[in-house]
Write a protein that binds this ligand. Structure first.
Ligand code: BGC
Ligand code: BGC
Length: 643
């Protein structure tokens, strides 16, 4: 009998003795005094039972707290046996480098491992279009642009790349994908969604989740996904928000159960079937009741009917909103409704004390606490954190890599939607090109919100390339490219005319309710200035950078070529590809492009009730397909098309 036959888990490979992971884990367990929960070979549910049985109440309550990174020290993570730490929008260390991220996340992880039971933390971040809090990470197009690509394969590869860049910095948990199905584009989070179609959101959301989690969540290059915000965040009604100056974000979804299920539930069903182990609750309400306090939605539907075995994480201080005057009552309501982990985000001492008091008084049962902790631990075991709590140093090389930038560039090209096309301008072949608009040369602007900071910013906020870079690259050495952000093209040596004028205009960065607005038109003064350009060029190409369809105005009507480029991210140069014919135009609208007035609330914004879209869902031309706007019959900014 050979040694291999006698000792299962031992094998000679290439002349060297090797043991299997399972055997190694068992040996570790023996060395740890037979501690069952540390035995990677034991079934996860048994490991959870074993660990739970060893935990004190305080250790359980600590697991239920998720704290913002600059509100807690590593020593306090140990003291309170905290379950998770997060970087919110812009929650980067200073300096914002990979090394500093590793030091920060590593410090918290070490602190968690220094607790009595050595339970690792989840470290979460909003890597919502790439690892977007990290300077130098590749920033992919926001989801609305990915929706235009219609490609699950592409979105899955983006999820993979994002997981790798996040995991490289010690982030093992991502607050993505957004599974909202936005019904009203005045909502500032419209661009975070893949589109306004339930099937599209379900398909691309699960593709992204598969990318993040890979086919084996224990591998070091995967992160835990978090479909959000459950449920109905895209269904809220204008004017119902009670948060600060928000209007629709975090508002009330006034729809019946049939509509809630038909439009907004299906993506969650798909994500759970695809292996989601954490879900973030929505700030919003359903017919007047906060989702965070909605037992039917969180417990009966999500955990019961949909069979969700992971944990529900609250949104940022969302529990506090349940009853703004009574924190303890809010905590009781949320936990009893089914929230398992509280994104506190700062005053975790108060949260833990409130929770402890609720348990002592019998307002929250110990069974509910055990269930919450069990769900949190399930995700930690599934991630393999007990075996490998620290990031794999080999991943660092992939952060901001050429390979990931090429993937982002592919996504940008495929996300462009050609809305209007005169049939002669494309592909651009020109001796002289005027490029206008501040946004043509602005990485921050083209990336939108959730980029380095929560709201995003203008200028060179991170590394990447701009649309102007791409035009210069593809125009060829013989061509003259003149850039004037103002669009005036005056002064010495500037040619009087150009063959082509490329104007880049659009929205400024925003995030969440800060982007709630009824003003869906371009800046009128900027439009007027850019319009002046049409007399000096043979063809006018207008590129829109925006998180949602904008109202068609004069500039858009006079465009020979009109392109929706969404929020392409750090690889802006790729926008030039389809314009110059090095890549096809293939994007299709992920939502209707409404007329002025579709969402107007006052005469000033346009007439109300213009329901026929200017461009319907699915619209998107090929470079050789001519299409001009038909005159459309509703007031409020609509005009007859020229030509
Ligand atoms: C944080 C964001 C968070 C927001 C909530 C900001 O300060 O950076 O991550 O979503 O607050 O209001
Ligand atoms: C947002 C979430 C985000 C969280 C953490 C909240 O304000 O609604 O989408 O994951 O902050 O930054």
């Amino acid at each position: 009998m050979t040694i291999e036959a006698r000792l299962p888990g031992v094998r000679r490979i290439g002349g060297k003795w090797r043991i299997s992971v399972a055997l190694a884990a068992s040996l570790v367990a023996v060395a740890c005094g037979g501690t069952r929960y540390l035995d990677a070979a034991a079934p996860v549910e048994q490991r959870i039972d074993d660990l739970l049985a060893r935990m004190t109440l305080d250790e359980k309550l600590g697991q239920m707290a998720l704290v913002r990174q600059d509100a807690i020290s590593p020593a306090q993570v140990t003291e309170y046996a905290i379950g998770g730490v997060l970087s919110g929008g812009g929650g980067a260390p200073q300096p914002n480098t990979i090394e500093a991220w590793l030091e920060m996340t590593g410090g918290f992880q070490e602190a968690a491992l220094a607790t009595r039971l050595r339970i690792p933390i989840l470290y979460g971040s909003d890597a919502v279009h790439g690892h977007s809090n990290l300077y130098g990470a590749v920033i992919f197009p926001h989801n609305i642009g990915l929706g235009a690509t219609r490609s699950a394969d592409l979105v899955e590869r983006i999820g993979r790349a994002t997981a790798i860049e996040a995991a490289a910095t010690g982030v093992n948990w991502n607050y993505a994908p957004v599974l909202a199905v936005p019904q009203d584009l005045r909502w500032g989070r419209t661009y975070e969604a893949y589109g306004a179609d339930t099937a599209l959101v379900a398909e691309l959301g699960t593709a992204y989740l598969r990318g993040l989690q890979g086919d084996d969540l224990t591998m070091p290059d995967t992160v835990l996904a978090t479909p959000k915000h459950y449920i109905g965040d895209g269904a809220t009604e204008w004017g119902t928000s009670r948060t600060g100056r928000f209007s629709i974000d975090q508002g009330d979804a006034r729809i019946d159960e049939d509509e809630l299920r038909r439009i907004h539930l299906a993506p969650y069903r798909a994500a759970i079937d695809a292996g989601a182990l954490s879900v973030m609750a929505s700030y919003s309400s359903w017919n007047g009741t906060k989702v965070h306090a909605h037992r039917y939605l969180l417990t009966d539907v999500l955990k019961g009917e949909l069979g969700f075995e992971g944990f529900v994480v609250s949104d940022w201080a969302a529990i506090d909103q349940i009853d703004p005057d009574d924190y303890d009552a809010s905590v009781i309501a949320a936990v009893n409704a089914g929230v398992d982990m509280n994104m506190v985000p700062t005053d975790y001492v108060r949260f833990i004390a409130s929770l402890r008091q609720a348990v002592r008084r019998g307002d929250i049962s110990e069974e509910r606490i055990d269930d919450a902790v069990r769900r949190i631990l399930r995700a930690k075991f599934a991630l393999g954190l007990f075996e490998a709590p620290h990031p794999d140093p080999a991943l660092v090389a992939a952060v901001g890599s050429g390979e990931h930038r090429a993937l982002a560039a592919e996504a940008v090209e495929r996300s462009l939607v050609l809305l209007v096309n005169d049939g002669t301008t494309l592909p651009i072949e020109a001796e002289t090109i005027f490029v206008a608009g501040v946004a043509a040369d602005d990485i921050g602007r083209q990336s939108g919100g959730w980029t380095i900071s929560w709201q995003g910013g203008v200028g060179a906020t991170t590394e990447g390339s701009t649309i102007l870079d791409g035009v210069r690259r593809l125009a060829g050495p013989a061509a003259t490219v003149v850039y004037d952000p103002s669009g005036r093209f005056g002064g010495e040596g500037v040619p009087e005319r150009a063959d082509v004028g490329i104007v880049v205009v659009g929205e400024f960065p925003y995030a969440e309710g800060e982007g709630d607005t009824t003003r869906l038109s371009l800046d009128l003064r900027e439009q007027e200035r850019m319009l002046g350009l049409s007399d000096r060029v043979d063809s006018l190409v207008v590129i829109l950078l925006s998180g949602r369809p904008l109202v068609v105005g004069d500039l858009m009507l006079s465009a020979d070529v009109l392109v929706a480029a969404w929020l392409p991210g750090s690889e802006g140069a790729a926008v030039a590809g389809p314009l110059f014919g090095t890549a096809p135009f293939s994007g299709r609208l992920p939502m209707d492009w409404p007329q002025a007035g579709r969402y107007a609330t006052s005469a000033e914004d346009g007439a109300v009730g213009c329901d026929v879209p200017v461009f319907p869902f699915g619209h998107g031309l090929k470079a050789n397909e001519a299409f001009r706007l038909e005159p459309f019959g509703c007031d409020g900014g609509s005009k007859e098309a020229d030509g």
